[in-house]
Ligand binder design. Structure first.
Ligand SMILES: Nc1ncnc2c1ncn2[C@@H]1O[C@H](COP(=O)(O)OP(=O)(O)OP(=O)(O)O)[C@@H](O)[C@H]1O
Ligand code: SF4
Ligand SMILES: [Mg+2]
Length: 343
């Protein structure tokens, strides 16, 4: 069997908090903890979860904008950490990112044409004629008129700026686009246009997406599979239809239950469950969701639930809803557990 386009293995990112003067251990923010998933060519994997659960950090780790504390990112079986200069450049062509804020992610002094052809010009010299032809082609691909190439970002609407961000990402014909809240800043009708554009581009060009969003309506519309994150960890990863039809993890269930029914395209996951989101500096022991979980039992306070495969192709980390068979997966040193395994 061939390797998936993207494979993430046990990815972990801890941000140290200060120098820890006179302290033996430096406290850390556990932004991402032991995250694993795959993305196939032409697939859309959505990542959802409350603010601060680590979604953007996963995106930055995939793009190698930050170095992982642990774990690996493999592109078609090759670990990107081990890539040498030329291979790294080739890999950078294949993975592109679209950011949430089209205002701050586009250079205000460059024209639309310069912005979208810049990634190609980082790799090869283009004549004026080639540059204009490329800019016109990319603008057409994202449903904009080629005349727009002479405009500055400040002379475009929010939706047009986001299309520009997508055109720029498409310039190098990537295999994978990582979109971090790429439509969140746009109003509903423009959001729908951009999402349909992404779906259309995916069908025509076979691009895979890692799509990060707060918005369950958006996710249901575009995802093939969905990863639900809680406090740095994936707690459920499932085919989209199965997840929305029957969430298994109590946190997923709460997120979906919190979605307002009349307008499912505008769901915001600000406070989907009772209680405060715990601190990633000092996460709860065992299952990090236990202080907020209505189903919690004693074991939840002690053992980190492992991700258990279920019959319908999903994986779930929950002692009650997806009990593991065999040896229990004991709480890691990274949690506050006082549990001592029996010899
Ligand atoms: N550079 C950094 N230094 C220290 N801590 C960071 C850094 N970047 C992120 N964090 C922390 O890591 C955790 C995860 O942040 P991240 O931005 O990945 O969350 P998120 O899920 O994208 O949230 P949001 O939905 O609000 O965008 C948060 O507690 C955040 O404060
Ligand atoms: S492991 Fe326990 S606390 Fe965690 S989600 Fe399942 S029932 Fe709730
Ligand atoms: Mg974020």
């Amino acid at each position: 069997m061939s390797d998936p386009l993207l494979k993430v293995e046990n990815l972990t990112k801890h941000y140290p908090l200060g120098a820890g003067y006179l302290k033996k251990t430096i406290p850390v923010i556990r932004a991402v903890e032991d995250v694993s998933f795959t993305v196939d060519a032409g697939e859309t994997l959505c990542i959802v979860g409350e603010s601060g659960c680590g979604k953007s950090t996963v995106a930055r780790l995939l793009m190698r904008l930050v170095e992982p504390t642990g774990g690996r990112v493999l592109i078609e079986g090759t670990d990107i950490a081990g890539l040498k200069k030329d291979a790294l450049r080739a890999w950078r062509r294949r993975m592109q990112m679209v950011f949430q804020d089209p205002y701050s992610s586009l250079n205000p002094r460059l024209t639309a044409g310069q912005i979208i052809t810049e990634p190609v010009e980082n790799f090869e010299r283009l004549s004026r004629k080639q540059r204009q032809a490329l800019a016109a082609d990319l603008l057409r691909k994202v449903g904009m008129s080629p005349e727009m190439m002479h405009r500055l970002p400040s002379e475009l609407s929010g939706g047009q700026r986001q299309r520009l961000g997508i055109a720029r990402a498409l310039a190098l014909e990537p295999s994978l686009i990582i979109a971090d809240e790429a439509v969140s800043a746009l109003d509903v009708s423009v959001q729908a246009q951009i999402l349909n554009l992404l779906l259309d581009l995916q069908q025509k060009m076979g691009i895979a997406f890692v799509f990060i969003s707060h918005d369950l309506g958006v996710v249901e519309h575009i995802a093939h599979r969905v990863a639900v994150m809680y406090l740095g960890r994936i707690v459920e990863l499932a085919p989209s239809e199965a997840l929305f039809a029957k969430p298994v993890h109590p946190y997923t269930e709460a997120l979906i239950a919190a979605a307002p029914v009349p307008d499912p395209t505008r769901v915001r996951l600000e406070a989907p469950v009772e209680g405060e989101v715990p601190s990633p500096i000092n996460p709860p022991s065992g299952c990090a969701f236990h202080p907020r979980c209505p189903l919690a039992v004693e074991r939840c306070r002690i053992e980190v639930p492992p991700l258990v495969p279920m019959a319908d192709g999903r994986i779930v980390a929950c002692h009650v809803r997806a009990p593991a068979t065999g040896m229990p997966h004991l709480a890691r040193a990274s949690t506050n557990s006082s549990f001592t395994p029996m010899a």
